[in-house]
Design a protein around this ligand. Structure first.
Ligand code: FES
Length: 511
């Protein structure tokens, strides 16, 4: 029987060690002025800050937690325009011209990153790789053929294959040539350094809670300070400010998982993703001591709607052992991203009536190129330069009938969790929990959430999400409370880890 190595006890992303040496930045402790205020310290916010400061614009960037600790630090870091199967669907849904623009926007982003890495000699393990979508399901073979026809019609370099270089079962694949992979946080750490040196003011532990619109808009922080500026860019993953854009009704959150494994098998190169579910994503990487690793990812599901979340890691653990003979599982981590109704990110002016407020969101787990494309587009809009992608990504674009149907389904899910979660009968009580266990429980006859730490201390919270009132669910893989409606996440004690919620879960005292 195959020897299956254990999962790490705690989640940790392969990439995070690269930013241990990054300086900490202080909280915003007084009112300031800037040309542009950017909210969010991930790839889109920092790249926008980099581009604007290079152009001489005075920028202040606010991050609610630590820079680069969100989705950017938990990606699989493929720099590719091959966003799963999308081009056939885009041609049918949006037309050939928009599908071609979508490809070009992501290719431009890849080229921007590659040339910046080369010009600045950034050591981030950049490697050219081909990208593959593969299937082992008869049902998907036709879809892959359609995707290949879309590549041909759009002039995308690639090939249709009936096998892949990797030793996993596959009946067909579509390859996109000339893509890349890298270490995302080595790249981003260099960008942070260059951006700070160019004069950008960076603030951490500074939560933006509101925007006062106008010709001189203001970002207001939870501590009551403000940044008065000419333009505000919201790159806070889920936009913390809605501005009547109704983004809570136009996107849903998805969670996916990854393992960093060691194996003696020789890797043939390439970045892979399965067309069918459960998703399987594979690429090579190197750990901080330069030991070769494979990243095996997948198990995507809507946030807060997965099975017992540790089971997702276990499914990847079994797959990694079966196909790659994993000798050690050095890392496990998960990430969350937002998906729009038409699968095209929202990048640009938040609404037509707010010309100086911009958002970048809905990257569908392809944030390396989409986040960079967002920075390129928004920095052009702020500098009043023409950008051919403005209309394609416009958050105020009109939606097709099919997209509207998708949104009805997403909002039905939200309504179901809003109402259904409250009616759910929970039989467990806080005293039933073992050490290091969390669960929905009943307290004073009502649903609550409890976690007992390893020392036996109980933390009990009100499971009503402070964003719009859905019921949060316990995520036993990460030991967090996750909201199924718009993806807010709270620590085991109820502190906000990811928005759109801004306030912690209420804690409940036991008699
Ligand atoms: Fe919107 Fe929880 S994130 S209700």
């Amino acid at each position: 029987m195959t020897n299956i190595p254990p999962l790490p006890t705690y989640p940790e992303s392969l990439w995070m060690q690269a930013i241990e040496g990054l300086p900490s930045y202080s909280k915003l402790q007084h009112d300031i002025e800037a040309d542009v205020a950017i909210v969010g310290g991930g790839i889109s916010g920092i790249t926008t800050a980099y581009k604007l400061t290079q152009a001489g614009v005075k920028v202040a960037l606010l991050e609610a937690g630590k820079l680069l600790h969100g989705t950017t630090g938990h990606t699989t870091a493929k720099i590719t325009a091959q966003h799963h199967l999308i081009y056939d669907e885009l041609i049918k849904q949006e037309g050939k011209e928009k599908a071609a623009l979508y490809f070009k926007a992501n290719q431009d982003a890849r080229k921007f990153m590659e040339s910046l890495i080369e010009q600045q000699a950034i050591e981030c393990g950049l490697q050219a790789q081909d990208a593959y979508v593969f299937t082992n399901s008869d049902e998907y073979v036709q879809k892959l053929q359609n995707e290949m026809s879309a590549y041909e019609s759009l002039g995308i370099h690639g090939a249709y294959l009936d096998r892949i270089p990797l030793n996993v079962p596959a009946k067909a694949a579509v390859r996109m040539d000339g893509q890349a992979q890298f270490h995302p946080l080595q790249y981003m750490a260099a960008l942070v350094k260059m951006t700070a040196e160019a004069g950008c003011h960076l603030y951490e532990q500074t939560t933006a809670v509101d925007i006062q619109e106008g010709p001189q808009p203001k970002v207001v922080t939870a501590d009551g300070h403000s940044v008065t500026c000419k333009h505000i860019v919201v790159c806070s993953h889920f936009p913390f400010y809605d501005g009547h854009g109704f983004f809570f009704a136009r996107m849903h959150a998805e969670r996916s998982y990854a393992l960093g494994i060691k194996t003696d098998q020789t890797y043939p190169g390439g970045m892979y993703i399965s067309a069918e579910e459960p998703t399987r994503s594979i690429r090579s990487a190197a750990s901080s001591d330069r030991t070769p690793l494979l990243i095996v990812g997948g198990q995507n599901h809507k946030t807060g709607q997965g099975i017992c979340t540790i089971n997702h890691y276990e499914a990847l653990q079994a797959y990694a052992s079966q196909h790659f003979n994993a000798s050690d599982i050095a890392y496990r981590w998960s990430a969350q991203d937002l998906v729009t109704g038409d699968k095209i990110p929202y990048i640009g002016r938040i609404t037509a009536s707010s010309p100086n407020i911009y958002i970048a969101t809905g990257f569908k787990k392809w944030g390396m190129t989409s986040g960079t494309a967002a920075a390129m587009l928004i920095s052009d809009l702020i500098q009043e330069k023409n950008n051919e992608y403005e209309e394609l990504f416009a958050p105020s674009r009109s939606l097709s009938l099919k997209t509207l149907k998708n949104l009805v389904v997403d909002n039905f899910d939200v309504a179901k969790h809003l109402v259904g979660g409250k009616l759910e009968m929970v039989r467990r009580k806080p005293e039933d929990l073992a050490p290091d266990e969390g669960s929905a429980v009943t307290v004073h006859g009502r649903r609550a959430g409890a976690y007992r730490d390893k020392e036996g201390k109980l933390y009990v919270v009100d499971t009503t999400c402070t964003h719009m009132g859905c019921e949060v669910e316990w995520n036993d893989g990460e030991r967090t409370w996750d909201c199924p409606c718009h993806g807010s996440r709270f620590s085991m004690t109820g502190e906000v880890m990811e928005g759109p919620a801004e306030k912690p879960l209420k804690s409940i005292s036991l008699p």
